[in-house]
Design a protein around this ligand. Structure first.
Ligand SMILES: Nc1ncnc2c1ncn2[C@@H]1O[C@H](COP(=O)(O)OP(=O)(O)OP(=O)(O)O)[C@@H](O)[C@H]1O
Ligand SMILES: [Mg+2]
Length: 289
């Protein structure tokens, strides 16, 4: 095993094949929905700070349709625009039903940042129900992501727009969850200051992969802050790998800075952006919660 951050140490390989294939299939069906006959559909709704995503799986848990939209209805994991959130989720539901040719998508799972369930679990649940779904489960985001990553031991870290969620797994079971209000929004704020761009300009500049090499050094301090957050939470647990998901981890090179600072081998799937929403859909059942 890799002994903690040494330059020439051999790193184990984490196999994200299942996840990578699923994300690729999802991206395809967003463009070209699959009108298959299915006895039941499993829906995942991810009401994120930056992005609202709906994933539809068929009875074999294959992606058949999906939609996503950048929106400002949630801040730091809290629903701040209730009506706006309901509108988006309801509109996506109707569009997906039409594209799939199904009368009604009935069941959905949703997610909440860990630790906010008493505060906001109710709001997320109410949004999804007001949009017309029966809620089957509410998971925390990083735990949902692992339904697709399938890590037995190690930490799953979801760096989204507003928050960083951390779940630690031992023998496939969650032993610790946490969530902290730092994410991609802070990255965009740093870029906005450094490049004298508006927040929106900085956000688009950041998402363009062609700029990643240039912006990585500018973002290093905020990535180090995220690394410190991760280190603080996993301290005291036997964590020998970190798996990164969430849109912010699309940033090329983020994994190396996190690995160097936490001194724990760090991995990410090919496209970390839709892993959590797919995991949420994986936790959907056909039984109301
Ligand atoms: N190609 C990219 N490069 C860098 N950052 C990206 C890229 N694509 C998306 N992001 C960033 O990822 C973030 C959105 O990720 P994600 O959809 O996982 O967040 P979210 O679920 O909406 O937020 P949260 O989980 O914090 O509530 C945004 O800050 C966005 O700028
Ligand atoms: Mg998220």
């Amino acid at each position: 095993m890799y002994g903690g951050g040494g330059e020439n140490m051999q790193k184990d390989v984490i196999d994200f094949k299942f996840c990578d294939e699923l994300v690729e299939e999802f991206k395809q069906v967003v463009k070209h929905p699959v009108r298959s006959k299915s006895s039941v559909y499993y829906v995942g709704v991810d009401l994120g700070t930056a992005c609202v995503v709906t994933v539809v799986l068929d009875e074999n848990r294959k992606p058949v349709a999906g939609a996503y939209e950048y929106a400002d209805v949630v801040r730091d994991g809290m629903v701040v625009d209730y009506i706006g959130a309901v509108d988006i989720v309801r509109r996506m539901k109707a569009e997906l039903e039409e594209k799939l040719g199904v009368e009604e998508l009935v069941y959905a799972a949703a997610a909440i940042p860990p630790g906010t369930d008493t505060l906001d679990g109710g709001a997320v649940k109410n949004v999804v129900e007001a949009a017309g779904y029966l809620i089957t489960s509410l998971e925390d985001e990083s735990t949902a992501a692992n339904k697709v990553l399938r890590i037995q031991n190690g930490a799953v870290v979801d760096i989204g727009g507003g928050t960083t969620g951390i779940s630690i797994f031992k023998d496939g079971k969650v032993v610790y969850v946490a969530d902290e209000p730092t994410g991609g929004t802070h990255f965009s704020l740093v870029l906005s200051g450094a490049y004298r761009k508006t927040f929106e300009e900085a956000e688009l500049f950041k998402r363009d992969r062609a700029n990643h090499k240039e912006i990585l050094p500018v973002l290093k301090p905020v990535i180090e802050k995220v690394s410190a957050i991760i280190s603080r939470h996993i301290e005291g647990y036997q964590v020998d790998s970190i798996s990164l998901v969430g849109g912010t981890c699309c940033l090329a090179g983020i994994e190396e800075i996190i690995e160097k600072n936490t001194r724990i081998p760090t991995y990410k799937p090919i496209d970390p952006m839709f892993v959590t929403p797919l995991g949420i859909a994986y936790s959907c059942t056909d039984k109301e919660r």
